[in-house]
Design a protein around this ligand. Structure first.
Ligand code: ATP
Ligand code: MEV
Ligand code: MG
Length: 340
């Protein structure tokens, strides 16, 4: 058996705009998906993903193409839910030049699904890494990132950037602009996450932004302005990379990163990807004294990210109607981790 894990992420800034070639800065967080893979004698794929919940159903299923799960859920839903694992298996078979390889796969995850914390990227990255190693091929984190991007892109019908998968594969804070992906130095950030218990559909939300952008010039400008926020923010995170932020006190720089996150949230809201519960968690964090707060990931529901070194935001979120869970998130310095 081969076991790999990969982290989820929050976006400090840049989601959605990154799909159109603007830069984005996601940060990996210590919430992981763990995938265990054992090669089979035949070409079947059996998947156990017990925390996969589909509109209120929790299913445990087996089979990739032939023996689909025996549950009372429409086949299309299961197909959609299994897409990332199927795509990861395809990438691993291709990388190891073993088109007929079969696997028993178990997925365990601490990352809520569809909530903006990159569960799909983490499952895909860990799945590709474990399955390729099980077949005797070891890829670099960058090669895993590239294959995971191709897998996510296929499932999301081309509506994906490299940001989530690169961040999950290499860990830390990263900067992604088109095909240019790199790790960046970032200070230790006091990250707090609020989760409304809900989810958004990444593909649908991305299409919504695309439609607005095609219809209105000012929506296209909004996407470009998000890029400007990222270009300003990255100089604050890593003043050594560019001396425009040098000489500014570290605490002041983190406070300014918070201002930029607030600005970024407003623009995401105007692009139609926020929700009432995300907005109310953002406001709860701001009123509690957070440096800044914004939705993270595709939006529509799910998580917000705030910066606050004090316990105030965490406490306020826990008392905010609509917030189901709030936690402090450690930056994950490791990306994909090889456990067995
Ligand atoms: N534990 C898991 N087991 C199996 N599949 C999972 C698991 N976690 C996530 N997935 C897959 O990822 C899908 C969710 O991906 P989606 O991109 O919609 O949200 P996300 O990655 O959590 O958030 P975002 O992309 O906004 O950061 C699930 O529907 C499922 O197909
Ligand atoms: C909305 C989006 O920018 C981030 C989802 O976590 C989509 C993507 O980059 O693939
Ligand atoms: Mg995703």
């Amino acid at each position: 058996m081969t076991v790999s894990s990969a982290p989820g992420k929050v976006y400090l800034f840049g989601e959605h705009a990154v799909v159109y070639g603007e830069p984005a800065v996601p940060c990996a967080i210590e919430r992981r998906a763990t995938v265990s893979v054992t090669a089979r004698d035949d070409d079947h794929v059996r998947v156990e993903a017990s925390d996969l919940s589909l509109d209120g159903f929790t299913v445990e299923y087996a089979g990739s193409t032939d023996d689909r799960p025996d549950v009372d859920v429409p086949a299309g839903l299961v197909e959609a839910a299994m897409g990332y694992i199927d795509a990861a298996v395809e990438q691993a078979r291709d990388a190891a030049d073993a088109p007929g390889a079969g696997f028993d796969i178990t997925v365990e995850s601490e990352i809520p699904l569809g909530a903006g914390l990159g569960s799909s990227a983490a499952v895909t990255v860990a799945g590709i890494d474990a399955a390729t190693r099980e077949l005797g091929t070891t890829l670099s984190p960058e090669a895993i990132a590239d294959r995971a991007y191709r897998a996510e892109s296929a499932v999301q019908k081309g509506e994906a950037s490299r940001a989530d998968t690169f961040c999950s594969a290499v860990g830390g804070a990263v900067r992604v602009e088109g095909d240019d992906c790199r790790r960046i130095d970032a200070p230790d950030l006091p990250i707090v996450v609020g989760f409304d218990g809900g989810a958004g559909d990444t593909g649908e939300l991305v299409s919504g932004v695309r439609a607005l952008k095609e219809r209105y010039g000012f929506a296209a400008d909004t996407v470009e302005t998000i890029g400007d926020i990222v270009r300003t923010g990255e100089r604050l995170l890593d003043p050594d990379a560019d001396d425009s932020g040098a000489g500014v006190d570290a605490a002041d720089r983190i406070a300014e990163v918070g201002d930029l996150m607030n600005f970024n949230h407003g623009l995401l809201e105007s692009l139609g990807v926020s929700s009432r519960s995300l907005d109310s968690m953002v406001w709860a964090a701001r009123e509690a004294g957070a440096h800044g707060a914004k939705l993270t990931g595709a939006g529509g529901g799910g998580c917000i990210v705030a910066l606050d070194p004090t316990p105030e935001t965490l406490t306020a979120l826990r008392f905010t109607p609509g917030c189901e869970e709030a936690f402090r998130a450690e930056l994950a310095t490791d990306g994909v981790r090889r456990l067995e």
